[in-house]
Ligand binder design. Structure first.
Ligand code: FEO
Ligand code: CA
Ligand code: CA
Ligand code: CA
Length: 654
C-alpha cells in the first residue's frame, strides 16, 4: 500500500505552531448566525469538576434517579438473579431470562414519543464484562481462567448484547420509571434474526452455511452509539464486531480464501477479545460454529455480516431489524442524520479505531415528512463518501460508490473510477470492505472518530475524535492539521462547516473548537485549548470526548470515555457542555469509578436529560471498584440508564 495522504501532509506541518494552539486562533471561522434564538445566554448551571466519588454528582439544583438496570425484567417475569449469577454462574434458565431482561453495558439512549403519547427509550447493549458478571476468578494473569467462560456464560453474554426497547413514564416528582410488561418492550439480542438489505445482500461473501442466500443473519453485536431518524427509527451501530470472532485466518480455505483473509486482516478479525466471550466455541443445531472463522466446523464469512448500521423500528415490536449495507461496513460508532437543502437525508458516520475515517451517506430519495412509511427504505440507495481534511482548513467528501435499484430490485453500483481492482469489477466490495476502498482514495486518517452530530443551530457537523496515543509514534502516521497532536491522549473536537450550510455539499471548511485536556498541566500537548486559546484554570478538565447530543439552543453536550486513565485525568468520566457562541465549557455530570458515560439524550420537552452509566466498576481485575447503583445487597455493579431533571421543573439548560 502506498503512502497515506495524511502522512505526506504531516511533514509540511510545524509541530510547534500546532502545539501552541496559535495555529487555530487565527484560523477559527465565524459560525452561522442564529438570529438571537441560540445559546448566546451563558449556561445557567454552576460547573462541577472531575472527581472520584462513588456516586453521580450534578450541579446544584438538579436531581437524578436510576430508570433501569442490567437484569431488570422487561416482561412480567422475575429479574435476572445477578447476585447468584455472580456467585455460582448462570444456568440455562438464566440464559432464557436474559432474553427478556435489560441487557448489559448500555450505550446509546434514544428517547421517542409514540403516536399514543407513550414514552420509549431505545438502548444499545454494547458489550459485556464477564469478570464482573460471573464468578471469581474469571481472569487469571490477564487472560480468561482455563475453562472459562462456560457455555452458559457465553450464551448469557450473547443474549445480554443487542438492544432494549422499553416504555418509561414520568412520576410527579420529575423522576422516571420503566413500565414492566408494556407491549412496546422488546429485546433484540445476539441471536435475533436480522434482514440484510442494500447492495451487499446476496453477494457471495455474505452467504453462509445457515443462510445460503445471503439474506439474513442472527443477531446484532457491539451496538455502540446510534442515531434517530426523523421517521422514528433507530440506526444502531455495530462497532467492535471483530471481538467476537475466533480462530486462525490461515485455516480459511476454498474459493475466495485469500480475499476473505485479507479483508479480515484489515478489520482485525479475529479479535483478541474472542477468548473472553467464547462465542467461537458455541455450536448450533448443524454442529457448526458460526463465530469460528475457520473453514472446518466454522464459517469464514459470518464476520462479513457484522459491522453494519442496523435500522430498528421501535414503534413496531414485530419489525425485523435491517442491516443497511449501503452505509458501508466498518467499526461504526454512530449514524446521525441531517436533512439536505433539497430534502435528501444525510447520515454522518465515524469509524472508531485509530487512523480510521469519517464518512457520510446521502440518500437518493427525499425525506417525506408527511408519511413516515414512505421513508422506511430510504437508506438502501444513495452515495457513500469519505472525508479528506486539507491543511488549508478546507475539505472534500470523496465518493466511494453510488448504488441504486431498478423496479425489479436489482442494484446498479457505480464505484469511484479511481478505485483499484477488485473494487471496480466487484463493486459490492466497496460496501463489504469500505475501509479498503477508503484507503486507496486519499481519505484522512483520523484520531478515532466517535460520534458526529449535525447541529441545526450552528448548521455544522460536530465530530468527536476521542484520542490516539499512536499518532506520531514510530512507523505510525504523523500529525496533520486536522489531527494536530502527536501522542494525542486527550482527544479533540472538530467542526465541519459544509459549503452553503448544506449537509449534502461535497466540500467544506473545518476548524477545531476544542483540543481536550487539563488547563492546569504544564505540558501544552495535554492542555485544554478552546477556539485556539488556552483555557483558564477555572474551566473543568476534559478528555476522550465520545458521544454528543445537541440541545435546542445549539449547545453541544459531550459524554466522555477515558478520563480515569492514568495517562489522562485519573478522574471519573462525565458529561460536559460546550456553548459554541460564548466559547464556554462546563461540566454537568460526573459518573462513578470505572464507568464511561454514553447515550446523552433529552426528553422531547427538554426537561429530562438521560444517559447511560456504562461498565460501572470496570477494572483490569476480577474485583470491581464500584458496586453502583447499590441496593438489593448488590454483589456486582449494574450498568444502568439514569434520568436527570431540574428541581424547579424548567428545561435542563434554562
Ligand atoms: Fe464503543 Fe467508540 O465507543
Ligand atoms: Ca462510544
Ligand atoms: Ca449522539
Ligand atoms: Ca469510546
Amino acid at each position: 500500500m502506498g503512502e497515506y495522504f495524511g502522512d505526506v501532509l504531516s511533514r509540511a506541518m510545524s509541530r510547534r505552531d500546532v502545539l501552541r494552539g496559535a495555529f487555530y486562533g487565527t484560523a477559527v471561522l465565524a459560525v452561522g448566525s442564529c438570529g438571537g434564538s441560540c445559546a448566546e445566554e451563558p449556561l445557567s448551571f454552576r460547573t462541577i469538576y472531575p472527581n472520584n466519588e462513588d456516586r453521580i454528582t450534578l450541579p446544584e439544583g438538579y436531581q437524578h434517579n436510576v430508570v433501569i438496570r442490567w437484569g431488570d425484567p422487561l416482561d412480567n417475569g422475575p429479574a435476572l438473579d445477578w447476585n447468584r449469577i455472580r456467585q455460582s454462574g448462570p444456568t440455562a434458565q438464566d440464559v432464557d431470562r436474559q432474553k427478556s431482561c435489560f441487557g448489559y453495558n448500555c450505550d446509546f439512549v434514544g428517547y421517542f414519543q409514540t403516536p399514543d403519547n407513550k414514552h420509549l427509550l431505545v438502548v444499545n447493549h454494547e458489550y459485556c464484562n464477564p469478570e464482573i458478571m460471573f464468578p471469581i476468578p474469571f481472569l487469571t494473569n490477564n487472560a480468561p481462567t482455563p475453562g472459562r467462560p462456560t457455555q452458559e456464560e457465553s450464551q448469557l453474554m450473547l443474549e445480554a448484547h443487542g438492544l432494549s426497547v422499553v416504555e418509561i413514564r414520568r412520576k410527579t416528582d420529575g423522576s422516571w420509571e420503566y413500565v414492566k410488561g408494556s407491549s412496546y418492550n422488546r429485546r433484540i439480542t445476539g441471536s435475533t434474526k436480522c434482514e440484510i438489505t442494500g447492495p451487499a445482500r446476496e453477494h457471495r461473501l455474505m452467504k453462509t452455511y445457515y443462510d445460503p442466500n445471503g439474506e439474513s443473519v442472527f443477531g446484532t453485536l457491539n451496538n455502540c452509539a446510534a442515531g434517530k431518524t426523523p421517521w422514528g427509527t433507530v440506526l444502531t451501530c455495530e462497532e467492535n464486531f471483530h471481538s467476537y470472532f475466533g480462530g486462525n485466518r490461515a485455516n480459511i480455505t476454498g474459493d475466495d480464501a485469500q480475499l476473505i483473509s485479507s479483508i479480515h486482516q484489515r478489520y482485525g478479525v479475529p479479535g483478541s477479545f474472542a477468548p473472553y466471550y467464547g462465542f467461537m466455541n458455541l455450536t448450533d443445531q448443524q454442529n457448526r460454529r458460526r463465530f469460528l472463522i475457520e473453514s472446518v466446523n466454522g464459517e469464514p464469512k459470518e464476520a462479513f455480516r457484522f459491522g453494519w448500521v442496523v435500522e430498528i423500528d421501535p414503534m413496531n415490536p414485530q419489525s425485523t431489524p435491517k442491516k443497511r449495507t449501503a452505509l458501508g461496513r466498518f467499526k461504526h460508532e454512530a449514524a446521525t442524520y441531517a436533512i439536505a437543502n433539497d430534502g435528501r437525508v444525510v447520515i454522518y458516520m465515524g469509524d472508531d479505531e485509530r487512523f480510521e475515517y469519517v464518512y457520510k451517506f446521502i440518500t437518493k430519495g427525499r425525506y417525506n415528512p408527511a408519511d413516515s412509511s414512505a421513508n422506511m427504505d430510504l437508506l438502501d440507495e444513495g452515495e457513500l463518501y469519505v472525508a479528506k481534511f486539507n491543511d488549508d482548513l478546507t475539505g472534500q467528501w470523496i465518493l466511494i460508490a453510488k448504488c441504486e435499484r431498478n423496479a425489479q430490485g436489482q442494484y446498479t453500483i457505480t464505484p469511484n473510477p479511481n478505485l483499484p481492482e477488485p473494487f471496480r469489477s466487484d463493486p459490492v466490495l466497496c460496501y463489504i470492505n469500505t475501509r479498503g476502498a477508503a484507503d486507496s482514495l486519499g481519505a484522512t486518517k483520523m484520531d478515532r472518530p466517535e460520534d458526529i452530530e449535525w447541529n441545526p443551530v450552528t448548521k455544522s457537523a460536530w465530530v468527536a475524535l476521542t484520542n490516539n496515543e499512536r499518532r506520531g509514534a514510530s512507523n505510525q502516521p504523523g500529525t496533520d492539521r486536522a489531527n494536530p497532536r502527536a501522542n494525542n491522549v486527550m482527544g479533540h473536537i472538530l467542526e465541519i462547516m459544509e459549503n452553503g450550510g448544506d449537509p449534502a455539499a461535497t466540500s467544506f471548511r473545518w476548524q477545531i473548537p476544542v483540543l481536550c485536556g487539563d488547563p492546569n498541566v504544564a505540558d501544552q500537548n495535554n492542555k485544554l485549548v478552546i477556539y485556539g486559546q488556552n483555557a483558564s484554570s477555572q474551566v473543568p478538565a476534559i478528555s476522550a470526548p465520545d458521544n454528543f447530543v445537541i440541545d435546542r439552543l445549539g449547545n453541544i453536550w459531550i459524554a466522555t470515555d477515558g478520563n480515569p486513565s492514568s495517562s489522562r485525568l485519573r478522574k471519573n468520566d462525565g458529561v460536559y457542555v460546550l456553548n459554541p457562541f460564548r466559547r464556554e465549557l462546563k461540566m454537568f455530570l460526573s459518573g462513578v469509578p470505572g464507568c464511561e458515560i454514553c447515550g446523552p439524550e433529552f426528553s422531547n420537552d427538554w426537561k429530562t436529560f438521560f444517559c447511560a452509566i456504562q461498565h460501572p466498576g470496570e477494572t483490569d481485575t476480577n474485583e470491581p471498584n464500584s458496586r453502583w447503583p447499590y441496593g438489593d445487597n448488590a454483589s456486582t455493579p449494574r450498568p444502568s440508564v439514569i434520568a436527570v431533571w431540574r428541581t424547579d421543573g424548567r428545561e435542563i439548560f434554562a
